[in-house]
Design a protein around this ligand. Structure first.
Ligand code: SF4
Length: 357
């Protein structure tokens, strides 16, 4: 790990490192639905009807992340961000949970609900951010910093969570960091942009792992430009993983962005903002899947993506044919080995106890 400590809340451009990104060009689940005669004969209407039937027959619930494609969001029992979906999974009165999201999310549900069967329609739906850190790298970071407290963003594999003291989501990261006893060194991973945001908001100095989500890191200050000057009734909503957040916070401090119209929010926070705020336009800096929900819930408002190409190919691996197959065949089950789950649960439980904003 490079020792690149960054001043609290400074306007820095840490640049975009090139991390190996898991490929999902054509997954095993893609092949399986393509070669499945029943599924190949079904259109979207039949698939949705079949999913509804199987969900009832099998006492299943379908959880969908805010970045899922519209047809999946529309039929899900619950749509939300990582923390909300974890809470729903833990509270669910169901035998089967079909998790329409990426793999680390289904793992978190499996850790929280060991008595339930947790399925993911495409087990290769990974995450470029989670792929930037391994459990061995966390162990090594700890060896270098034996007094450090490891705070992991929930976008990590179960093995990484098992090496962590605390988990957090973007909606409660600042409060989780504040809950760490004063004076303790904090090792924050894996998202550097979220880490910079948390450092600034909490006032705590963090050691940062320099990982990033390729989708959010790609949202840069140039994408904002002078949008807020052009549209005086518009609000700017930014996810803290975005590559422009540090500069925007600096610009806010300098008065170059209006403080009353600029918001750094989790996806759950953006949904709430959409409902509660009367601005006519919101510029949305996150994965474009969220726009479906924002527009559906707020038909009188206009939501404009900061980047049309902010699309997570991992989230989009979940499709109606794969969801149908997942329910019909009860595949792919996500199981976290109990020794790892037991350790990861400690960090996740701490995350669940800190209220989300
Ligand atoms: S949007 Fe980024 S952080 Fe979220 S699942 Fe996709 S790659 Fe991972």
């Amino acid at each position: 790990m490079d020792d690149e400590r960054l001043p609290i809340g400074s306007a820095v451009d840490v640049g975009v490192r090139v991390w190996p990104r898991p490929s999902v060009d054509h997954t095993a689940a893609d092949s399986q639905v393509e070669s499945d005669d029943e599924i190949a004969s079904m259109g979207d209407t039949e698939l949705v009807e079949g999913i509804e039937r199987l969900r009832a027959e099998k006492q299943a619930i379908i959880l969908a992340h805010n970045y899922q494609i519209p047809p999946i969001q529309d039929l899900a029992d619950f749509v939300g961000d990582s923390l909300q979906l974890s809470q729903q999974a833990a509270a669910a009165d169901a035998r089967l949970i079909v998790f329409c999201g990426v793999h680390f999310m289904a793992e978190t549900a499996a850790i929280l609900c060991p008595e339930k069967k947790v399925l993911i329609p495409d087990v290769e739906a990974g995450c470029s951010l989670a792929a930037t850190v391994t459990a061995e790298q966390v162990r090594e970071w700890r060896r270098e910093n034996p007094d450090g407290v490891v705070v992991s963003y929930v976008n990590t594999d179960a093995e990484v969570k098992a090496e962590s003291d605390y988990c957090c989501t973007s909606s409660n990261a600042v409060d989780v960091v504040r809950s760490v006893p004063e004076g303790r060194e904090i090792l924050f991973l894996p998202d550097m942009f979220l880490g910079l945001f948390v450092e600034r908001q909490s006032g705590r100095r963090l050691q940062l792992w320099l990982g990033e989500c390729h989708v959010h890191a790609g949202i840069r200050p140039d994408d904002i430009g002078d949008l807020l000057d052009e549209h005086r009734d518009a609000h700017l909503l930014l996810h803290p993983e975005c590559g422009c957040v540090s500069q925007c916070l600096y610009a806010l401090g300098e008065g170059d962005l209006p403080a009353d119209r600029t918001f750094v929010l989790s996806t759950g926070g953006m949904v709430r903002h959409g409902r509660e705020c009367s601005a006519g336009h919101d510029y949305v800096g996150t994965e474009t899947g969220l726009l479906h929900r924002l527009r559906t819930e707020n038909p009188d408002k206009e939501f404009i993506p900061l980047r049309e190409d902010a699309i997570c190919e991992y989230m989009k691996k979940i499709t109606l044919p794969k969801l149908y197959r997942s329910l019909r065949d009860e595949v792919e089950q996500v199981v976290v080995p109990e020794p790892i789950a037991t350790r990861a649960r400690v960090a996740i439980d701490r995350m669940m106890k800190v209220p989300a904003l």
